[in-house]
Design a protein around this ligand. Sequence first.
Ligand SMILES: Nc1ncnc2c1ncn2[C@@H]1O[C@H](COP(=O)(O)OP(=O)(O)OP(=O)(O)O)[C@@H](O)[C@H]1O
Length: 549
Amino acid sequence: MTAALVMENTNWDSALSKLLNSLQESKSEIPSCTDEEFGFLSELLQSKELNALVNVHNKILNNVKDDKFFPVLSNSMDIDIEVLDLLSTKTHISKDCKELFHLLQKPHIQGLLCAHDAVAQKDYYPRLPEIPLEVDEDEETVKIVQLVKSNEPLGATIKTCEVTGKIVIARIMHGGAADRSGLIHVGDEVCEVNGISVEGKTPNCVLKILQNSEGTITFKIVPADSKGGIRESKVRVRAHFSYKAAEDPYIPCKEAGLDFSKNDVLHIVSQDDAYWWQARREGDRNMRAGLIPSRALQETRIILERQQKEKTDDDNIKNDDFDREEILTYEEVAKLYPRPGHYRPVVLIGPPGVGRNELKRRLIATDPDKYKTPVPYTSRPRKPGEINGVEYHFVTRKKMEEYIEYGKLIEYGEYKGNLYGTSSESVSSLINAGYVCLLNSHYQALKMLRTPQTKPYVIYIKPPKFEILKETRNDVRARSTFDESNSRGFTDEEFHEILYNAARIEFLYNHMFDEVIVNADLSMAFEQLVNAVHRVESEPLWVPASWVQ
Ligand SMILES: Nc1ncnc2c1ncn2[C@@H]1O[C@H](COP(=O)(O)OP(=O)(O)OP(=O)(O)O)[C@@H](O)[C@H]1O
């Protein structure tokens, strides 16, 4: 294509055409320019993309002139994440949902939305004024640092140094404004803020000065000896408790706190402080880290809480609940990537009668060549119609005890005086043969199953509240699983027993669940199970870090 051709196109930007013409005219006058370089530049100036970009730029300029151009929102990235959250469970509904779900995750779409938000929030305003030249001569080590105050906090905390009594930087939050500037470091001594000396002032007074300043904030700082960038740790943990900084009376700075919910995965970026770690919620676009209680601090809090509770304890959890001794704070996790043809076993946990068999049966029916369940062993007597090796392998109690003693069973438990269990061999042979192995083990077996070798995906099947449990089961004349000798519906007592057992399982094993499905409407619960199993087959998922190493 030549310049003349370009100019024939009436939509072509005239400035670009001019530039291209000049380039061609002056080619011979720039001998240092190689053919390749010249070709690249002239191709660029003739590209449709650049022309379109310049047109967009011109249009924006025209709009700005008329004062018509303003952003409608400044949180498009938050909206993108919200929409992704909503879509994540609905991708099966239609091809469009699936396509949108993938589109909104594309890095260039997200990059565009982030850039849009930064512009909409005027993140680049105001321009930094020139740094004043007249710095006290006798203060060679003094540094003037200017930061732009935007909507986000500064990302640094201050304290009075116990030794010198001066105001010093106590903490820099990872990814916050101060950290990103790279100009302020822990231990730096603050002499002035916006020209106001902070000598003799309390951290609270300094905070007030900061809060009252607009635009840029100028710090006069004596840098600490040891600077160096902050190294980010790569540790990810799953939180086993929820946290709200605003409700924590001991956090050094409430605004610097990071709220999280139980089961959130957190990226711990700094464990330098014994009591307060810095963390980000995994998947959060906000790169600013926040303060969370360290493992040691949280453990101490739990122990104190328990001691206080024990004094007034009136809960009815039985004494054999050995797990109560466990102090759950954070569990280190890592992503486990799916291996094609080698699937993690899916374990359905729940109170007897909640519907695990029904869900498992339905799943196997969708593809019996893919989903399999091992035939368990039991010491319970065979009932009429049952075939050995089909429903169960029927063996004596003595044999079961031998199996347990010799470690032949991957999981076992006792229910109503009979032993039940699954052999390790039957599970591993299904997994090695490329099937998705489904287990609905007794909850007591969870600890045995949750090992780096087995790597189970644990789904807790939860009953809905009493009224709904009763209504949904009675509507379809569900058969009680409590009375093996008689086919009849569930009684109210049995519904209460399901709920009692559910509360107990949740109390003891909640931290081992990868997912919870409430089995109210059967078809909805089944749909969730299908989605969950699909995720296990196809997505990298968080597991205890020891399973991955
Ligand atoms: N969401 C539901 N709505 C209505 N009925 C249900 C629902 N889920 C299960 N059922 C019915 O409840 C009864 C008990 O279910 P199921 O046998 O699957 O329970 P289970 O948890 O496997 O019990 P167990 O572990 O004691 O064998 C069955 O008749 C089943 O069809």
